[in-house]
Design a protein around this ligand. Sequence first.
Ligand code: NDP
Length: 271
Amino acid sequence: MIQIDLSGQVAVVTGGSSGIGFATARLFLQAGASVAICGRDGERLRSAQASLADEYPHAQLLAVRCDVLDAEQTNAFASQVMQRFCRVDMLVNNAGQGRVSTFADTTDDAWRDELELKYFSIIRPTRAFLPMLNDAPSPAIVCVNSLLALQPEPHMVATSSARAGVLSLVKSLATELAPQRIRVNSILIGIVESGQWKRRYQNYLNENADNPAPQSWAQWTGEIARKKNIPLGRFGLPEEAAQALFYLATPLSSYTTGSHIDVSGGFARHV
Ligand code: NDP
């Protein structure tokens, strides 16, 4: 197993209070980095912080309430990170969620909200942390994107469309920031078990409250994976997405920029 020592380095993970972001924060802590996470919900953030501190009692961990769509809050988050750690080496733009809607049922406001979420959840933190990344010895930005960018689905029309734009944004950022030695990459994920899928399963349970034998989580996710013809036959785990993010954030991928890694269990139909 390749081991990498990140002690002395600082990683920022937006949306680090749940799912993929939380798993990524764990990996950075495991490798010895100091970590800053953010999220909007204070309770979720506190519980994530407590569970990480439990696992890594000597870890340098900062958890800040921040909506990455709010410029002021994002700048304040960056200032707190700077105050506490005095540097940032790696930024993982992960915060967000998908929107299930077809063209017929996506209003103008819904389109604007979705485009704002997908673009500005990258633009705002990137802008806020750029001065610190500029001073780091081997800085990297990694964005969580979706396979929908290349393989749109009609029931997620706005998300798919925004995801395609994000692919372009990542490539442009990589080119513009290369002279500053800042690498910018993304991962394209298929379906990963995480907070948003747990909430969808809870909705299924609520809708099937009268059913004496509703599907278990394993049955419910297995059926979705089968219906979607995911070759590996299951959802991905947050840790599996986190490992790809970790690779792209660290010097393990020192000659890679403007690129993406597919983490979809073979779900991509293109070669
Ligand atoms: P989770 O719901 O488990 O985690 C999302 C995290 O983002 C939470 O910490 C949430 O905290 C935070 N967050 C959401 N919006 C904001 C915001 N505006 N500002 C700050 N924090 C925010 O979901 P996942 O781990 O699945 O999602 C991680 C990323 O992966 C998202 O961008 C999602 O769109 C993407 N993705 C996930 C897929 C999947 O199958 N799981 C598929 C394709 C893409 P809080 O709500 O408290 O703010």
